[in-house]
Design a protein around this ligand. Sequence first.
Ligand SMILES: NC(=O)c1ccc[n+]([C@@H]2O[C@H](COP(=O)([O-])OP(=O)(O)OC[C@H]3O[C@@H](n4cnc5c(N)ncnc54)[C@H](OP(=O)(O)O)[C@@H]3O)[C@@H](O)[C@H]2O)c1
Length: 260
Amino acid sequence: MKNLFDLTGKGAVIIGGAGGIGQAIAQGFAEAGARVVISSRKEKALRRAKQEILEASGVSVRCIACDASDEAEVEALLRDSTAAPEQIDILVNAQGFNQKYPGTEFPADVWDKMFDTNVKSLMLTCKHFGKYMKERGIHGKIINLSSVRGVRAVGNGGMGNVGYCATKGAVDMLTRAYASDLRPHIQVNAIGPTITYTPMMVGLLPDKEEDRAKIASAMPAMRIGMPEDCVGPAVFLASAASDFVTGQIIYPDGGLTAVG
Ligand SMILES: NC(=O)c1ccc[n+]([C@@H]2O[C@H](COP(=O)([O-])OP(=O)(O)OC[C@H]3O[C@@H](n4cnc5c(N)ncnc54)[C@H](OP(=O)(O)O)[C@@H]3O)[C@@H](O)[C@H]2O)c1
């Protein structure tokens, strides 16, 4: 049973691997035995994440900078991360961002940027890494970071998530469609966290403790998520434990989607 979740010998690329959720997943994979490459645009953030993962787990990960919304850069990431004798078996798309505006004020350029980062970049990485895995007969695992906002519009009377909700709904369907296209040996699934303490959320959470408590109280677990809450679902979806699971979205959301 223990071996079901073992990632020894597997190669994993985690895009957004210096972000809150991506770094936690990268560390979890490294601790489960995988060879890990973390990637995002800023080299300095990658170096910081590499050092923190080393200090926390004793495992050294590789860093490759890449803007995943640029097709040429994704192709270069694939080349660099799979240069012989390395093989990549697992891809995690943990990149993303959110900017809130009332629906009547949403700037079209922010909309485009949000779709480039939250949706187009996932298509580009699924396209190139999926093709690579398929051509080599790799039993690959692709894990996309979606959100509860892919299936629930904003709760707690809040507003401003028109763009983010639309991108995450797209991530859910992109996940199912790639699960179909990359059959039968590559599984494509998603993780849909609830509001989680990460750099992305720092500026978006309310300042007052009572307002944060109100958000937490919407969930049966009565708390806001932590990056570590995504690690178990990610290890499951990356490992042999999920070999018959594809096209699904797992919600580490404290029960929000069960009751909301
Ligand atoms: N935190 C939450 O409450 C929450 C809830 C539900 C879902 N999610 C989803 O979970 C994922 C991770 O979120 P997070 O909270 O961990 O965010 P985060 O801490 O802001 O990390 C996001 C990461 O994405 C990278 N990134 C952004 N644009 C990129 C691009 N074009 N190419 C490559 N990397 C890029 C960033 O690094 P650079 O800026 O250096 O590129 C950063 O490492 C996102 O998809 C987010 O939508 C988060």
